[in-house]
Ligand binder design. Structure first.
Ligand code: AMP
Length: 422
């Protein structure tokens, strides 16, 4: 019986993986410039990491993959990257040695959502967390990094949208204002939003069910409820962005889904045709309570995450190739089984010298081997026939120029060094 992939998941096939690798390499090289190190945490955590008791806990239970392991522990496949990183930051007491810890992660997340184009049940994110400091320059750095990243990818139709929710006090007043605003419309809100009304009214503004709801459109914005120090903080962040000549847009209605945010929230949006609702490539914000909530000291952080599938979709839509798949340097064509050990030896030598080389393993005759070599775009054919073998040579043919030369066994690697380099 053939078994299919799990609903909402996808395979990266051998012909596509180089695109993922190129994107990952790009990410790693850019993040290194910002002095950000990688952190790898497990894809499963105890459920309480995501389903916290407090009002801050955002992850809707029905969106997560929760299960009991064989020891009856309640576990959850991570639906997002931040909480696991903070759990590890606290558990490993990273705050004790570093006042500010800047880290990034790349890995899969799991959400039980309705799959559609650009929305999967297993999807990859890369994200950054800067934990331990409250500094407008740091918030600006995270926004600058997001901007720099999409610029370096070559994406053009992309904008950075920023807003502030203000500090705790401002947020509370705003939250109360939202509750009084939505209360009279409660019955017309979707089921999830009715539940959010008292617990987390900010999330109603992100409602995935009905963004055209009149009450959502008319809702007050956080800007109207900022206290003086929150206004000043926001202004400082913007002055850093202006100094660095970063293009941004202030989006007064932007609040972002995760409810642990305070102060800065931002989103990177691609204006790409056909993307529809999936045009948000990434986003993030500042969180001031999460570290404490997960058992750590009273320290804040700021982070963001990009969806890798959406980045690849955006690159494809704008016809940007981050890398081309490297073709083979050499393909060895062997005429006869008896002399194949010689081909094995040559292959090994070429690979030792760092050339990409291969041969046929499915008993194909000369013509079949030739076809395979051309399909693989090999730069050179190494032809090993009986006559050549007797003479201690191979014929090496440049597939572009069709020039063919006889080369002694002992000079093959040297020949490649002269003609291909490395
Ligand atoms: P979030 O963690 O919900 O703020 O999402 C951050 C980014 O991850 C989004 O902007 C998307 O690019 C991506 N993303 C979130 N959920 C999914 C999903 N189910 N499938 C694919 N990408 C996703």
């Amino acid at each position: 019986m053939a078994v299919n992939k799990v609903k909402g998941t996808y395979d990266v096939l051998p012909s596509e993986s180089f695109r993922w690798q190129a994107l990952e390499e790009k990410i790693r090289s850019i993040l290194a410039l910002y002095n950000i190190k990688e952190m790898r945490t497990p894809i499963m955590e105890y459920s309480e990491v995501f389903h916290r008791q407090s009002e801050l806990s955002d992850m809707v239970t029905k969106e997560t993959y929760d299960f009991d392991d064989r020891g009856d522990r309640k576990l959850t496949l991570r639906p997002e990257g931040t909480a696991g990183i903070i759990r590890s930051y606290v558990e490993n007491k990273l705050y004790a040695t570093q006042e500010l810890e800047k880290v990034y992660y790349i890995g899969p997340n799991f959400r039980y959502e309705r799959p559609q184009k650009g929305r999967y049940r297993q999807f990859f994110q890369f994200g950054v967390e800067a934990i331990g400091a409250l500094d407008p320059a740091l918030d600006a750095e995270m926004i600058i990094l997001s901007y720099d990243f999409i610029k370096r990818l070559g994406l053009k139709g992309v904008s950075v949208r920023i807003n502030t929710l203000g500090d705790d006090e401002s947020r509370k007043t705003y939250q109360e204002a939202l509750i009084s605003h939505f209360e009279p419309h409660k019955d017309t809100l979707c089921e999830d939003c009715q539940a959010r009304l008292l617990k987390n009214p900010l999330r109603i503004l992100d409602c995935k069910v009905d963004q055209t709801h009149e009450a959502i459109i008319q809702a007050p914005t956080p800007q109207d409820y900022l206290n003086e120090s929150s206004k000043a903080y926001f202004k400082q962040v913007l002055s850093h962005l202006t100094a660095a000549k970063i293009h941004y847009e202030i989006a007064p209605r932007l609040v972002r889904g995760l409810d642990y945010y305070s102060h800065i929230v931002f989103e990177i949006e691609a204006d790409i045709e056909g993307f529809g609702a999936q045009n948000v490539l990434g986003g993030g914000g500042r969180y001031q309570k999460l570290v404490k909530e997960l058992g750590g000291p009273d320290l804040g952080g700021i982070g963001f995450a990009f969806g890798m599938e959406r980045l690849l979709m955006a690159l494809e839509a704008e016809n940007i190739e981050l890398a081309v798949e490297k073709p083979l340097d050499a393909f060895i064509i062997v005429f006869n089984e008896d002399i194949r050990p010689k081909a094995t030896q040559i292959l090994y030598q070429l690979r030792q010298a760092n050339y990409i080389a291969d041969m046929n393993y499915t008993q194909k005759a000369f013509k079949g081997q030739l076809k395979q070599a051309l399909r693989l775009n090999a730069k050179y054919l190494i032809i090993l026939g009986d006559d050549e073998y007797q003479k201690g040579v191979v014929a090496i043919k440049n597939t572009a120029t069709e020039v063919q030369e006889e080369v002694p066994f002992s000079r093959i690697a040297h020949y490649f060094k002269e003609n291909v380099g490395k």
